[in-house]
Design a protein around this ligand. Structure first.
Ligand code: SF4
Ligand code: SF4
Length: 247
């Protein structure tokens, strides 16, 4: 890996690890529970706003959040030191939709029951700005951390992203919307002729994707790709690159 590319991956990993260390502060802003509480009172809260921003960012940047900023992503990257086996995504990735669809339905029902959204309070149930400011919040924190930790350690790399993440579907929907219209967005582009089929890209993909197979087939788009750039940075032939373009 060239120096500059190694630095990019070190920087990326450092950023999501710091994000995980800050998770006791930021939990409420991506909380799957507080958005329900806010909806029941007609309040647009912090996590509502963050989820909307994740959706909007995915229209141009796909799941870049997952690679560079997500706190649970940081936790899972730390787990690679213990279990770096590929996750068997693909077959079971649908599980997160089985969580997401009922959860979003509950939010919608609560908001309708409250007569719609009437107020915005980014700090709803987060008055101090720090999520873990009261002992009663600790169980939520340890439940979220525990779920991602157990899945990563038992099912392989970023198992939590594949199976239970409630944020990923917002970005997958955004990405698929973009792919229908094909406006310019960040994406991977590969030159099949440069590829020597060494499979380094596949071995280093944190989302356990068959990257070299996709290079060979000329199909780089995948809803589980988080655009982390690991495949770009490990490829000895520079066969894969980032591109901000239509297509
Ligand atoms: S790392 Fe590069 S050369 Fe090796 S299989 Fe992947 S795309 Fe091909
Ligand atoms: S395909 Fe490449 S950019 Fe996408 S998740 Fe895998 S390593 Fe990262």
């Amino acid at each position: 890996m060239a120096k500059q590319q190694a630095k990019r991956q070190r920087t990326r990993k450092a950023m999501i690890l710091v994000s995980f260390l800050l998770f006791p502060i930021t939990l409420n802003y991506i909380s799957p529970y507080i958005i329900i509480d806010g909806a029941s009172l007609g309040i647009i809260n912090g996590s509502f706003i963050v989820f909307v921003l994740l959706f909007l960012s995915s229209l141009f940047l796909g799941r870049l959040w997952c690679a560079w900023l997500c706190p649970t992503g940081g936790l899972q990257v730390a787990c690679f030191a213990i279990n770096a086996k590929p996750a068997h995504g693909g077959r079971f990735d649908w599980i997160k939709w089985g969580i997401w669809i009922p959860w979003v339905s509950i939010i919608v029902i609560m908001a309708i029951s409250a007569g719609g959204y009437q107020a915005v309070n980014f700090f709803h149930l987060t008055d101090s700005g720090i999520s873990l400011d009261q002992p009663f919040v600790y169980p939520s924190y340890y439940t979220v951390v525990g779920m991602f930790l157990i899945l990563s350690l038992t099912t392989g790399k970023r198992g939590g992203c594949h199976y239970i993440c409630w944020m990923a579907p917002f970005m997958i929907i955004g990405r698929k919307t973009r792919n229908l219209v094909k406006w310019p967005a960040l994406r991977l582009v590969a030159d099949k002729d440069k590829c020597k089929d060494c499979k380094s890209c596949t071995e280093n993909c944190p989302m356990s994707l068959d990257v070299n197979g996709r290079v060979q087939r000329g199909e780089m788009e995948n809803s589980e790709c988080i655009l982390c750039g690991s495949c770009i940075d490990v490829c000895p032939e520079s066969a894969i690159t980032y591109s901000f373009s239509a297509g």
